[in-house]
Design a protein around this ligand. Structure first.
Ligand code: DDH
Length: 372
């Protein structure tokens, strides 16, 4: 496992790179250092935070230069960009410029660069589109059924109704639309490859593991192969449901817990799922914090006019879904929660394997295709 000080510095730098507001950088680094313990960690947190602030002001300076210097080029890029704004969440500035550089077919490094270029936005959620891109990759893939090979990321059928309208996919239009300029700059890549690659790049950019990924998915011409609704998990349910849903895809208990660790990222949106709030105080950094929060807090039902969810009794600022709580109440699941809370390296390793497998379910790769 990486030692605390470098992790803190990385967290600070990551947050700064993600363009998080300085206050958010400070509070996320602080939250992390609190979890990690005082002493050298606190000193590292302060350094990381001040570096983060400095980096942030450098970024601002660079942005000013960019905006000033590019002049007409920016206006062109901006107009290209604003023609493809997502349903919600403002989207402004440089991303279109970064994604408008065309590439030759097969240049996945160029696509990766373009995806990395659209991730950050101070005005969206916690400063990054990374979490919603990870969710798009997961929901595009998580419809798979091992028994008949139906569903999965191949086909990118979420482009069509009714799949794009499923309640489970509420909010994912933001992610799909965000990737449109990337698709426009690299028209040779399929949506199915692009959406899965975007999840992988987002995880890496947010400090997570390298997830093995290879191309080979194609786009369905229409929604004829859309599977029946109800294959994605229901947050109101417990351990049996999780085993049914993930077992259908071919995953075991360890995979379920490792994959659930993705809830270290992002948040619930009342206007999407009906649930509200983040699982951790560092929702744009991939880490094992989700497991630590799960174990170290007292979770109580939130008193509110919404579906049952849990909040930490102390600060009431973090949340868990009933399905997250199942990882605590089931003995086998809890064994892995304990392990991943203690050993981030083990979590990263198991997550990378399981997430890669998830994105490949049902994809007819040619036998010899190597992972890129
Ligand atoms: Fe999840 N997830 N997820 N999740 N998920 C939500 C958000 C995010 C469940 C329900 C919800 C996985 C497993 C489960 C991410 C990744 C992954 C939300 C809130 C709900 C509800 C949506 C919203 O309001 O915007 C349930 C239930 C399960 C389960 O039973 C196991 C998995 C396996 C992953 C993965 O990526 C491997 C991410 C990331 C988010 C944050 C999205 C965002 O916009 O922020």
């Amino acid at each position: 496992m990486a030692s605390t000080a470098p992790r803190l510095a990385r967290l600070g730098a990551l947050l700064a790179r993600q363009g998080a507001p300085a206050t958010s950088v400070l509070s996320q680094v602080r939250a992390f250092s609190e979890k990690a313990g005082a002493g050298p960690a606190a000193a590292a947190a302060a350094t990381a935070a001040s570096e983060a602030k400095e980096a942030k002001s450098k970024i601002r300076g660079f942005q000013a230069l960019l905006f000033g210097g590019l002049g007409a080029g920016f206006l062109y890029g901006y107009s290209l960009f604003t023609s493809q704004v997502p349903e919600s969440g403002p989207l402004s500035g440089p991303p279109a410029l970064l994604t408008s550089k065309p590439s030759t077919p097969g240049d996945y490094a160029a696509v990766r660069q373009s995806i990395a270029g659209v991730l950050d936005n101070n005005d969206y959620d916690d400063g990054s589109y990374g979490p919603v891109l990870v969710r798009l990759a997961w929901h595009a893939s998580g419809t798979y059924a091992k028994k008949d090979g139906s569903g999965g990321s191949n086909g990118a059928t979420m482009r069509f109704a009714p799949e794009c309208e499923w309640a489970a996919n509420a909010g994912l239009a933001v992610a799909r639309k965000l990737l449109e300029p990337v698709k426009a700059a690299h028209p040779w890549i399929s949506y199915a490859d692009l959406w899965t690659l975007a999840g992988v790049v987002a995880i890496e950019e947010m400090g997570g593991p390298v997830v093995p990924w290879r191309p080979g998915r194609s786009d369905a011409p229409d929604g004829a192969k859309i599977v029946p609704d109800g294959r994605l998990p229901d947050a109101k349910q417990g351990a049996k449901h999780l085993r049914d849903i993930f077992g259908r895809m071919g995953f075991d208990d360890k995979d379920i817990v490792a994959l659930s660790g993705a809830h270290t990222l992002g948040r619930c949106h009342p206007d999407r799922s009906g649930f509200s709030g983040p699982w951790t105080n560092a929702p744009t950094t991939f880490s094992n914090l989700y497991f630590q929060e799960l174990l170290n807090n007292k979770w109580v039902p939130k008193k509110w006019d919404g579906p049952l969810q849990y909040e930490d009794a102390k600060t009431q600022s973090l949340m868990m879904l009933p399905s997250d709580m199942a990882l605590l109440s089931d003995r086998t699941f809890k064994k892995y929660v304990n392990q991943y809370a203690k050993d981030e390296e083990a979590f990263f390793k198991d997550f990378a394997v399981a997430f890669s497998k998830l994105l490949e379910l049902g994809v007819p790769f040619p036998a010899a295709a190597a992972k890129a």
